[in-house]
Design a protein around this ligand. Structure first.
Ligand code: PHE
Ligand code: ZN
Length: 857
């Protein structure tokens, strides 16, 4: 591992010295010694005049042979690649042939070519291709790939279209030029779940989902999601699929969720396989969203890719935005929006408020793998949502059409992206661009004024400093606002107020009475609205707001106020809040999914973030106790109505993963969990025994564990599902996630000692170690045991799989918000990590950035 880490800067961008006109690859697969033969048809790049040496990336490769135009050459080799001097290269197009040997079996980092349960598989984004062969491993080098695979395994797949196969070999040709990060290869004993699709213009496409034998019958929902995604992208964006086949492969060992390789998406098996008995409703929703996400990348990412990794949000922000739109169209848009915002606050606001804060388009990095973040993805999507709000639906459509027209086949930048909006709508987006370059979540304050029939809202924006960015300029913030009458009628329907200054007022005239404002409807900008509204106003909006997001938000804000008062002032649970929630919970006119969301209390980490933003130090133990007390009070307030809810929603209907049924199950399980606090889990135990779906089974088990029951059921679950890794991941994660603060670390260690704790598998690692990190009061327990156990496991995983170790390490990103004792403990663990011999560059960068927050400025 390199010791001196190199920082890469956006400002240093230069095109590559050469063009790669074509690539022919041959793979002779063998677990311990795979040979990769590469023929690169290279030419000097006119964008880089003059003679240049050829420098190719390569890591962990054993070079067997190297020739230029058929003549053997001996390139200079170092840890990062090879170089051939300019004098040794023709000034005209030439052929470079290399042969290397690699050992997929020994690849535990799951980057490059690796093996998972006897199957060969690749992962090349961001910089994994250089672990397969010598190549200019950067996204702006796009080329046509032909691939030959030699192996005795029955299924041999790569990108593009199949062009030939025989016993022990197969050949693939991808007609679309692509960067190396979209390369993929799979070989294994796999079974297909297949279907056919015809594009709008009549191209027939064979669709296959490849899984291990026995899993074929769990692919139907993923296939259905794929077909709906393909149709949706035609109807909404006018984008058709462009190959004869589309393959998806499910693999159990995968660092991330899924990967959009051209024509050959590779998925973490947990985001493909589903049946009612094994997948929860949340799993179904996630499968639908991720299948869509990866499919949508075919246009936003593959046909138009990124010039360099600083532009990652160009493909990720846009593709997340598109998958959000799709899920909103497939399901309840209001419920989806609430869930998106809950996730945004839990992950992105948390990131933006801590030492790892960075702009949507970072300007420098050490390890690009560390920038696949909530900021790039989720905030990147919110920025596009704001653009769409600002330019309107028609403007957005014109801009996107222009984007595809102008940039198809390009490796593009954020400048290109914004330019199409400027050209299509005539707007100047220079101030808007700050959303891409300034980190941190803006705080928005509101003052109201009511005089002589004129109502004025005055907003003030301020963004706290973030690492490397002490000063912030005011941004463009689209604020969707509606006004309600005191009797609950809407008097001003949603309008967009466009804020561009630090402080700005907006006037409303012609109102008969002082209105109640509903501000930031639909969460029209990723900001923190700091408005100290009286509880009556929040309760009023919870009851009357016509904007479903703000209706929920009012209840959420009220819950946070109540919990904060319990934590900070020892206040009792507020009866006004209890009444308001009861009214929603029993309102049969409302969508059950929405009612379930209103019964969900703010997460403990979210409360810690909120209390910290109030300028106070959050105490994890008190937050935990307050949340439990509030749930207990709610259970009492809702009373026998909970039993009724459970009965009413207990349908005998045949299972469907539909959003409608999922919403009913969510409400029933929310009621069941509250009831378990009163009846000792009697009904939950019945529900567990009679469960007809994994949603019910795991939901009932969670209710039992939360009530301090469920030992027998835990055992029964393990007996039943011991052979299914994806289901057992839920079993591990649930227990650790719900463990009492003082027990979470010990439980983690006990579970980690089990034979089935296969810690080299990223899903299993996250379901145990990641679950401890997510158990707020357990991780931050004053004993320091939570910090220690997580750090121990990070250090153990790091030499094998630095990427996953670095991702899980973000557990520590909130450490500066806590008290001195906890800070000392967390800091000591981060220092212990940094001092470890042989630490990876990935984990080192993370630990250094997190520690820097503790140093005096
Ligand atoms: N590009 C993948 C996605 O969003 C994520 C990914 C990144 C997967 C890096 C693997 C490695 O959709
Ligand atoms: Zn993506």
């Amino acid at each position: 591992m390199l010791d001196a880490q190199k920082t890469i800067h956006l400002a240093d961008y230069q095109p590559f010295t050469h063009l790669v006109e074509r690539v022919d690859l041959t793979f002779r697969l063998a677990p311990g010694a795979t040979r990769v033969l590469a023929r690169l048809h290279l030419a000097p790049n006119p964008a880089r005049p003059g003679r240049h040496p050829l420098r190719l990336d390569g890591e962990g490769l054993r070079l067997v042979a190297c020739a230029v135009d058929g003549q053997a050459v001996a390139p200079a080799l170092d840890d990062g690649g090879l170089a051939i001097a300019a004098e040794d290269l023709p000034e005209a197009p030439f052929l470079l042939e290399t042969e290397v040997e690699i050992a997929p079996e020994a690849n535990t980092a799951l980057e490059g070519l690796y093996m998972s349960k006897g199957m060969y598989c690749t992962q090349c984004e961001a910089e994994g291709f250089r672990k397969i062969t010598y190549y200019p491993d950067r996204p702006d080098v796009m080329s046509r790939f032909k691939v030959r695979i030699e192996s005795d395994l029955p299924v041999l797949l790569s990108n593009g279209n199949p062009v030939g196969s025989g016993p022990g070999w197969a050949e693939w040709d991808d007609p679309w030029p692509k960067p190396a990060y979209l390369f993929a290869l799979v070989a294994g004993d796999l079974r297909a779940h297949s279907a056919k699709f015809a594009t709008a213009s009549g191209r027939p496409v064979d669709l296959h989902i490849w899984v291990r034998p026995g899993d074929e019958d769990r692919c139907a929902y993923a296939m259905d999601s794929l077909i709906r995604s393909m149709r949706w992208d035609e109807e909404v964006y006018g984008r058709e699929y462009d190959l004869d086949v589309f393959n998806i492969v499910a693999v159990d060992d995968f660092n991330m969720g899924a990967m959009e390789n051209k024509g050959l998406n590779i998925f973490n098996s947990r985001y493909v396989l589903a049946s009612p008995e094994t997948a929860t409703d949340d799993d179904y929703a996630r499968i639908e969203a991720i299948i869509a996400h990866e499919y949508f990348h075919n246009w936003t990412g593959n046909r138009i890719t990124c010039r360099d990794w600083f532009q990652l949000c160009l493909k990720e922000g846009l593709t997340v935005f598109r998958d959000h739109q799709f899920s909103g169209d497939m399901r309840s848009a209001a419920v989806r929006r609430i869930e998106e915002v809950v996730a945004l606050r839990a992950r992105q606001f948390r990131e933006d408020a801590g030492p790892l804060a960075h702009p949507v388009r970072p300007e420098s990095f050490v390890e690009i793998n560390n920038f696949y973040t909530a900021t790039v993805y989720e905030k990147g999507s919110e920025v596009i949502a704001m653009l769409k709000t600002l330019v309107g639906d028609q403007g957005y459509k014109r801009a996107l059409d222009l984007y595809f027209d102008r940039h198809d086949g390009d490796a593009a930048t954020i400048e290109d992206w914004l330019k199409v909006f400027e050209d299509a709508t005539g707007r100047d987006l220079s101030q808007f661009k700050l959303w891409y370059s300034q980190a941190g979540t803006p705080r928005l304050q509101v003052a109201e004024d009511w005089q002589d029939g004129v109502y004025t809202l005055t907003f003030t924006q301020a963004t706290p400093p973030t690492p490397g960015q002490p000063e912030k300029a005011p941004r463009v913030i689209p604020i969707n606002v509606g006004l309600l009458n005191p009797n609950g009628d809407e008097v001003v329907p949603t309008i967009m107020l466009e804020m561009t200054q630090e402080r700005q007022s907006f006037r409303f005239e012609g109102l008969a009475a002082r209105p109640v404002p509903s501000i930031l409807r639909g969460f029209s900008a990723p900001v923190v609205l700091e408005r100290d509204a009286p509880p009556e106003e929040r309760a009023f909006l919870l009851a009357h707001d016509t904007d479903p997001f703000n209706k929920w938000e009012a209840g959420r804000a009220l819950a946070k106020d109540v919990m904060a008062a319990m934590v900070l002032q020892d206040a009792p649970p507020s009866p006004a809040w209890l009444d308001a929630v009861a009214a929603v919970a029993f309102d049969e006119g409302l969508d059950p999914a929405f009612r379930a969301l209103c019964l969900r209390l703010p997460a403990e980490d979210d409360m810690a973030q909120t209390i910290h933003a109030m300028g106070r130090i959050p105490d994890p133990a008190r937050i935990h106790a307050a949340r439990r007390a509030l749930a207990g009070a709610l259970a009492i307030r809702l009373g026998e109505g909970l039993v009724q809810l459970c009965r009413d929603l207990d349908e005998g209907a045949e299972f469907s993963p539909s959003a409608e049924q999922a919403g009913r199950r969510a409400l029933r399980l929310a009621a069941l969990a509250l009831l378990a606090r009163r009846d000792g889990g009697k009904l939950a135990a019945e529900a567990f025994a009679g469960a007809r779906s994994m949603t019910e089974e795991i939901g009932a088990l969670a209710a039992l564990l939360d009530a301090g029951q469920g030992a027998a059921e835990l055992q029964a679950f393990a007996d039943r599902w011991g052979g299914d890794a994806n289901v057992m991941d839920k079993w591990f994660a649930l227990q650790v996630g719900l463990a009492a603060p003082g027990e979470a670390a010990d439980l983690t260690e006990r579970l980690a000692a089990r034979a089935d704790f296969d810690w080299k598998n990223p899903n299993r690692f996250r379901s145990v170690v990641g679950a401890l990190a997510a158990n707020h009061a357990g991780f931050h327990h004053l004993s320091g045991r939570g910090y220690r156990v997580v750090a121990d496991w990070l250090l153990r995983l790091d030499p094998l799989n630095p990427q996953t170790a670095a991702r899980v390490s973000t557990a520590f990103e909130t450490w500066p918000r806590y008290d001195a004792a906890r800070r000392r403990l967390a800091q000591a663990e981060l220092e212990r990590i940094l001092a470890a011999p042989g630490l990876s560059g990935d984990l080192r960068e993370m630990a250094e950035r997190m520690l820097a927050a503790g140093q005096p400025a």
